[in-house]
Design a protein around this ligand. Structure first.
Ligand SMILES: *[C@@H]1O[C@H](CO)[C@@H](O)[C@H](O)[C@H]1NC(C)=O
Ligand SMILES: *[C@@H]1O[C@H](CO)[C@@H](O)[C@H](O)[C@H]1NC(C)=O
Ligand SMILES: [Zn+2]
Length: 428
């Protein structure tokens, strides 16, 4: 109770600031830095994540095995210093000024948006993505089909596109931008859609035409719009809480798969990994969950796009002491992905393993839910980078990242086919 009251008091301060933002004002991150904090024990991790729940000064960016990336307000550096000494961990800075990266990104976006064109040299807004999708649907009426997952908390439509060149193809489901600030995911998803429709490359044609693609470019539509209009670093949904003034739930902890078990999510509404008041509390997650379970026989492979870390992650999220029955096959497919990506001139390295093995226990995620629905090849892909730019990946890296996704997914699907995972589940 004491702890809760303390947290509520802190968040009220933050919200007071947020509420004072004018219509066109964005949250600024002048002189906010991002640190890699290396830890060794679960106790140290717990202390660090508790510490980071002080949202006025800290924001959790990412967690990898024994490493946590924390964004820190300039006023809280001494607090961090004493904390890392107290917990006995080491820390190094990798972004000195978050706002300068946001400014560069915004400059590129503004420069290219002025002529109203959609493209992959900048990050597009939800309105731009949907307008572009409409154009695609008109231009390719036979091959493409629009589908609607449902409505977000704020009433936006969550859209998807199906691409199918022929009947009896195995199905691949792609969920993208469930985390709002991971802009590279929808940029990559839209680039893939475009390649599948326009590429003349024989390998891409085979990939495009021999699978049915079900792609949701932006699942967390409210959060995504919020990152463009108010807070570039927003991660969660935008639904308010009944028990706290902190807004939003981590949608990738909100699926009904070991929900809130195994310490796989936070019960603190102010945490970046808050699992929500109940499983499927978020309309966006409920919509995707219903879509998956009612169409599960159409999907052979499920890919959830995230950033950043360059990881390919498979079930389970809840424990690293137990592995799915087809874990070895998933690792073979993961290796195929990683080898293909590394063979490109960029030489980008992906690591792979189960979520719980590679990171920490995380429950209620899409790929675990999809796996439980019988989609036996379900992965989370954490795109570029490993923490030079983090979520603010420069626009010049959009196409290279997307090219890596393309060759990686092609290799992964080849391996899935070789291992017998692309058989039709029902006659469609
Ligand atoms: C950021 O830090 C620089 C260098 O210490 C300082 O000159 C500047 O005023 C700071 N900016 C803000 C907005 O606090
Ligand atoms: C701090 O951690 C180091 C290893 O990272 C260890 O050698 C040392 O004993 C620890 N110190 C304390 C006070 O726990
Ligand atoms: Zn994510």
């Amino acid at each position: 109770m004491e702890v809760n009251r303390y947290l509520v008091a802190l968040t009220l301060v933050v919200l007071a600031q947020g509420a004072s933002l004018g219509q066109d004002e964005k949250l600024r991150y002048d002189n906010y830095s991002v640190y890699k904090v290396k830890y060794e024990t679960p106790e140290q991790r717990n202390l660090l994540t508790k510490f980071a729940e002080d949202r006025e000064n800290f924001r959790l960016w990412s967690e990898a095995k024994n490493e946590l990336h924390l964004m820190i307000s300039p006023g809280a550096l001494s607090k961090l210093e004493s904390e890392i000494q107290k917990i006995n961990v080491t820390a190094e800075v990798f972004i000195g000024n978050v706002q300068s990266l946001i400014d560069l990104e915004e400059e590129a976006n503004l420069k290219l948006s002025s002529d109203g064109s959609f493209g992959w040299k900048k990050y597009n807004t939800l309105a731009e993505i949907y307008e572009w999708l409409d154009g695609i649907l008109v231009a390719y009426p036979v091959i493409t089909e629009s589908f609607i997952l449902g409505q977000s908390y704020e009433g936006r439509t969550i859209r998807g596109i199906k691409i199918s060149y022929k009947s009896n193809n195995p199905g691949v489901l792609i969920e993208s931008n469930i985390h709002a600030r991971e802009w590279i995911t929808s940029a990559t998803a839209t680039w893939l859609i475009n390649e599948f429709l326009t590429s003349q490359d024989e390998g891409v044609r085979n990939l495009a035409e021999n699978h049915d693609w079900y792609i949701v470019p932006v699942l967390n539509v409210d959060g995504f719009v919020y990152t463009h209009e108010k807070d570039r670093m927003w991660r969660k949904t935008r639904q308010p809480s009944d028990i706290s003034s902190c807004i939003g739930v981590d949608p990738n902890r909100n699926y009904d798969s070991y929900w809130m078990e195994y310490n796989g999510a936070s019960s603190n509404p102010c945490s970046e990994t808050y699992g929500g008041p109940n499983a499927l509390s978020e309309p966006e997650v409920k919509a995707m969950s219903d879509y998956i379970s009612s169409n599960k026989d159409k999907f052979n492979v499920m890919l959830a796009f995230h950033s950043y870390s360059q990881f390919l992650l498979s079930p389970y999220g809840h424990t690293s002491e137990e592995f799915p029955p087809n874990y070895d096959d998933m690792m073979a497919a993961s290796k195929a992905f990683a080898d293909a990506v590394e063979s490109l001139p960029y030489g980008t390295v992906y690591e792979y393993g189960s979520v719980a093995e590679m990171l920490y226990a995380a429950t209620g995620a899409t790929n675990d839910w999809a796996y439980e629905q019988g989609i036996e090849m379900s992965f989370t892909i954490e795109f570029r980078d490993t923490g030079r730019y983090g979520f603010i990946l420069p626009p010049v890296q959009i196409i290279p990242n997307a090219e890596e996704a393309l060759v990686g997914i092609a290799a992964l699907l080849d391996k899935c086919e070789e291992l017998g995972y692309l058989e039709l589940k029902t006659t469609q």
